[in-house]
Structures are given as C-alpha cells and as structure tokens.
Design a protein around this ligand. Structure first.
Ligand code: GAL
Ligand code: ZN
Length: 675
C-alpha cells in the first residue's frame, strides 16, 4: 500500500479550477445557461451528485440517472469535466422510514432525524449494504463516461456527528476491542480498570464510554472509542473505494475534510489518491489573524499526504443559521486562492457555483448570487482563471519548499489531548503559534508528521505530544544523528500507547535524545500573580505560561534557567549534542512570547535562512519548486502597499514592478532544467 508523505506532488495531469454544482437546485432555464457561463468564468470542472441520493435512487432498488446524464452531457459538451460523489451523506426518506434503526444516536440517547444530513450511522452493516449498492450503481453507470475524471467519497465524514451510540456502534465497539485485545484481562490492564471498580469479565460487558455519565470517563477507554470511530469511517469509505477502483482504475479518488476523529495518517488516506481539504478561511473572524491561520490550515492538510485538492473553497458570504463567516473583500478571494495554491493545492473547486434559494444553507454564497446576475465575484474568478493559465505548467509535480517541520497530523496525539486537556493549549493551537512565528520571519516552514521523511529539514519541532510511537522516536533520532536540530516541548512522551501515564522519568522514550529528565513540574495558573514565572534566555527575562518543568541534566547543558521565586536557578531549557545534531528540550509551553526569543536562537543553531533575502514584514512568501522551475508567491498581508520586487525571475501574475497593494499577489518564476 502507498506511503503517506508531505512531499507527494500531485496526481492531476493539470491544474483545474472548478465549482461545486448542484443542478438539482436549479430550473431547466438556469441549467441551460450554466455551462456557458462557467466557461466564461474559466471554470473547467464541476463536482456533482454529492447529496442527490433521493434522485439517483428514488425508491428502494430503483435507480434513475436521467437527470444527471443530461446535465453531464451538457457540461461535457461545453468542455467541463466532472467529479462525481457518492451521495451517502444524505440517505433518502424511504430508507429511514424502512430502517429507523439506521439513525444515529447521541450520547444522551436521542435518535437523529430525517430532515438534515449525516443522520444515518455508517457503522450499521445493513446501511453499508445500501451504501455499496448505490456506489456500485453509480460506478457501473458512469465507468466509461469520458467527462468523469474523479470521485469524492461521501461528504466530510464526522463533520456534524462523531460519537454515535446506536446499537450497531455498541456491538461493533465490542468486536473491535475483542479483536484488538483478544483477552479481557489484557483490556483490563490496558484500560486500568482497577480504578473505580471498572473491571470487566467479558467483552459483552463493555459500553461505549460517555462524557459525564455521571463523572469523567476512563481516558484509555475514550482513546479506544475515538480510534474505533475513526476505524469505522475508514472501513465505510474503503467499501466505496474498492467498488469505484474496480469499475474504473483511472478515476482519481479523494474525500473532502478535514474533520476530527478521522485518522487521516492511516489506511483512510492510503486508500485515496490525494487529500481533499475544504477551505473556509472566513471561519477566522479576526481579519489580522486570517492570512496566517489560512496558511497554517493549508500546511496542516499538506502534512498528511502532500499536495491536495480543495473540493470546497469559500467564495463569499456564507454560513448556516447559527453563524456567518467573514465575507471576502474585493481582491481578497484572489489572494485566498493564490495562497491556497502556494501552500499545495493542485486543483481548486469554489463552493459553490450559485447561492441556493432554499434549504439549511440558503445563505451560502456562491460565485453567482441568488438572482443569478454576474457581479464582482464572477469577474474576480474570471480574472483568477486567466492568471492561473500562466502558472499551471510550473505547478505540475512541484513541491512546497519546507526546511522547518512542526509536528502535526497525528490522530492519537490530538486525541489524548482532547480527552484530557486540563486547560492546556491543544497540539494544534501550539503548532499554529510555531508555524506563525516562522512564517512571519519568511522561513520555509511546514507541518510534518514525525514518521515522515525528515531528510530535507534542518529543524524539527515536537511541541507537546504526550503520546508518540517508537517509530517516530527512531526517525527523530536518525534526523538528529545526521545533523538535524530537534526541539522537544514540555510534557512530550508522557503517555503510553494505551493512554496511561508512563512509569519512567519524563520524557520517557525521548530521554536519550533530550539528555535530561524532568525532576518536578507544575501548572502556571493564568492571572494568578503568585503563579507568574519567568526564565532567563539569551540575556532576557521571558515570561512562561501554562506549565513549568525543572530539568535534571544528564548529558545536556542548560540554555535557560528559571529566575523566579522557588524555581530560581533551576534549568528550564537544555541542549544536548546527539550524533551530529542537537536536541533542545524546553521545559514549558512554546508560546508566542517565548518564541520571540527562542526562534532567533534556533535559527542560529539550525543555520536557517529565509526563503529570500530582504523581504519586508507582512509579505508572505512561499516557494513551490520542480524540475521546471522555482515559483515564488508573494502575498501582501498588510493594509498598506509593499515592495515585492525582490522575488526573482519573470512575473507570471501580479504587477511586474512597483508596489503591491493590500491583498496584492505577485508570482514569479525562475525557470529550471526542463525549459
Ligand atoms: C462544508 C460541506 C458542504 C457545505 C459547506 C458550507 O462543510 O462539505 O456540504 O455544507 O461546508 O457549509
Ligand atoms: Zn452508530
């Protein structure tokens, strides 16, 4: 089976710009004019069929493709290619009437209802038969259709609902545990059931753990439940993928996400050709944080399996009845699109072609408004599509330059924090802070799983991962031995694979790398003056947050010591020579305040250089390179005009000289060997 890597470059033969299209929402008259209009806007790809199960199978076992056949013909005729979807996120009413037991059940026992989406449980074996049948029907019907180039499985698995307590989930959880542990004694040990008299005599005793029913559930049981639900999503998708591949091995298959409690660095993604990341930057309401947050989410998607497709990209005003995202201002959609591409998108589909006039998303804005009159967004998209033509050849099989890796994309690491957070920032929050610190300083930063290929990296940061596998530790050790610089944050390596606390001194399996152990630790209480602690780093007193550790040095030497009250003089940050490289162990949280002083020190130790010299503050610069050349993207993330003439090569997009306005983008290329 394929390996996953942030270094994978695309599977598409060219860059495509698309729109999510729901012809079932529109009149014949609108549908007739849509393909031509799409061409005008430069849209050459649509995604279809996502929630149309009731049209494709109007009655149990009765299939009807007439409507979509006609639409696909019309689109194909206009030169527009199609991604079709398995429509399983919206099972039809005849099914939920016949099988009310398919409905998902919440932790407090409430059954979900027909009338929205994702109401049916993907664990249920009979439902999975329906899912396979509709997938097979669609696959067989379209397997030779020249317009269809790719398939999307389902829609955002686990987007609205994760922890299901229906009877199928209950039964399958027991089966999952039986297979994993084979004996109940082993499970009792792994879960630590001696605590609060939880011991089980048989797998059939075990219930899916619930939050607060009445007190906190067993953390080991919770981790297994999350792994179980992730495994169910993988199995459900796999059944569809098998059918699609058998029908047409040429189809590119992906899923759209990314959601919690799906293990993307597992068979879930090994089953697919590439990752699909639904990109809605407007979810960040603070406009000043939006560009860096957008960049972070893209790099996080790339951490899973390299370059990706964006099956849904925000275009405009959008929300559901409880919220509305920030609306992209004039020029902002262009910048968002270019940022998405700069950080690894190999094709991009705007959500959606036109705003729908009804349903739970009647205010999700499309390229066209409700009244179907082309306005600013339509013309912006037309302009973007024209500009992309010049870039497209250089995007092909290009990799985003990454020399600094921040640990990300591990379902277990995220899970153990979510299960037992104690008020600490999540791995994601810390990774974002780190990513931002390097991005703003123009370093080629990315997010990389610790079991991935670390050879192109100079610096790797493992923020505060309580749980990590021996494979990761070995890989990190090789990286450092060969000259890499590693940073390990407080609390790393403190949990076992079963989600118990380790029995050795901290940082457990990382101790040989750190060259130090943790002698004592404590929580730093926010807003409590008594709890304020600082450390001395590079001659400056730097405030620490969340957590302190007192280090006991082995082979390591102190880089920083605490300088407050009872901690004064104790080592806080240590450095250890390991092979040809260095390991920094940081006995507190890697916060923005600490990074101000720490980043220059790390840059020095790891001999980091910015992507280009002389870049002004607020200009985000990203490089994508291939044999064909080096592409430089310069994005103005400030409210005033900036110079961007230091980007080398010839200009493919944006002004060739002069100032770059707010939201401005300039893309240049230095051609390589293949030209
Ligand atoms: C995505 C989802 C789409 C649509 C969109 C806007 O999460 O996949 O179907 O709901 O958000 O809310
Ligand atoms: Zn269920």
């Amino acid at each position: 089976m394929k390996t996953l890597s942030y270094r994978h470059t695309g599977v598409f033969d060219r860059f495509r710009l698309g729109a999510a299209y729901y012809p079932e929402h529109w009149s014949e008259k609108e549908r007739q004019s849509d393909p031509e209009r799409m061409r005008e806007a430069g849209i050459d790809l649509v995604r279809l069929g996502e929630f149309a199960w009731d049209m494709l199978e109007p009655e149990d076992g009765v299939f009807d493709f007439d409507f979509f056949d006609q639409e696909i013909e019309r689109l194909f005729h206009a030169g527009i290619e199609v991604i079709f979807c398995t429509p399983t996120a919206a099972p039809p009413r005849w099914m939920t009437r016949k099988h009310p037991e398919f409905l998902r059940r919440s932790g407090n026992g409430v059954f979900m209802q027909h009338g929205s989406r994702q109401h049916v449980c993907t664990t249920n074996p009979e439902f999975r038969e329906y899912s396979k049948r509709i997938t097979r029907q669609i696959a067989e019907h379209y397997k030779k259709h020249p317009a269809i180039i790719a398939f999307q499985t389902d829609n955002e698995l686990h987007c609205h609902f994760t922890y299901c307590y229906c009877s199928s989930c209950q039964e399958e959880f027991q089966n999952y545990l039986r297979e994993k542990y084979t004996s109940i004694d082993r499970l009792n040990k792994a879960w630590g059931t001696a605590f609060w008299a939880q011991s089980y005599h048989d797998f059939s005793d075990i219930e899916l753990p619930r939050e607060q029913a009445p007190a906190w559930p067993n953390p080991a049981a919770m981790l297994d439940m999350r792994r179980f639900h992730a495994a169910m999503a993988t199995r459900f998708q796999h059944e569809q993928v098998e059918i699609l591949r058998a029908a047409n091995p040429g189809w590119i298959i992906f899923h759209n996400g990314l959601m919690a409690v799906v293990d993307y660095r597992s068979d879930f993604s090994r089953d697919l050709d590439l990752i699909g990341f639904d990109c809605y930057p407007g979810f960040v309401s603070d406009a000043s944080r939006r560009p860096v947050r957008h960049a972070f989410t893209l790099d996080r998607a790339r951490a899973i399996d390299g370059n990706f497709i964006i099956p849904e990209h925000q275009t405009s005003f959008g929300g559901q009845n409880g919220y509305v995202l920030a609306t992209p201002e004039p020029g902002e959609l262009r910048q968002l699109t270019f940022r998405s591409i700069a950080h690894g998108a190999d094709s991009l589909i705007y959500f959606r072609w036109r705003s729908c006039r009804f349903g739970s998303e009647e205010y999700w804005g499309g390229i066209l408004d409700h009244d179907n009159i082309p306005r600013r967004r339509f013309y912006e998209v037309s302009g973007i599509s024209r500009e992309l033509k010049a870039l497209a050849p250089y995007l092909q099989r290009s990799e985003v330059r990454t020399e600094i890796g921040i640990a990300a994309a591990d379902a277990d690491a995220d899970a153990v924090h979510a299960i037992y957070p104690m008020g600490f920032p999540s791995p994601d929050v810390v990774a974002e802070e780190l990513h931002r610190a390097f991005l703003l300083r123009h370093y080629p930063v990315g997010l990389v799983h610790p079991e991935d290929d670390l050879s192109p990296l100079k610096l790797y940061i493992l923020p505060h991962w309580e749980l990590l596998r021996q494979e990761a530790v070995d890989n990190l050790a090789d990286f450092v031995k060969n000259g890499g610089t590693l940073v390990i944050g407080a609390r790393s390596g403190t949990r076992t694979a079963d989600n118990q606390i380790i029995s050795e001194p901290r940082p457990g399996i990382l101790t040989h790398l750190a060259g130090a152990t943790v002698e004592e630790y404590g929580k730093l209480i926010p807003d409590d003056p008594h709890s304020e602690h600082a450390l001395m780093l590079s001659g400056q007193s730097v405030r620490a947050d969340h957590f302190y550790e007192v280090l006991k040095l082995g082979t390591a030497t102190a880089v920083a010591c605490w300088n407050s009250r009872f901690l004064a003089g104790a080592p806080a940050i240590a450095v250890n020579q390991f092979g040809q490289g260095k390991v920094f162990y940081v006995g507190t949280y890697l916060t923005g305040a600490l990074l101000e002083t720490l980043v220059p020190l790390l840059a020095d130790a790891a001999k980091l250089a910015p992507i280009l010299p002389g870049l002004p503050d607020g200009l985000e610069v990203i490089e994508r390179y291939s044999e064909r050349g080096r592409l430089f993207f310069g994005l103005n993330n400030t409210d005033s005009s900036l110079k961007a003439d230091m980007l080398p090569g010839c200009t493919l997009a944006g002004p060739a000289d002069g100032l770059l306005p707010p939201y401005g983008v300039r893309v240049t290329v230095l051609p390589g060997n293949e030209n």
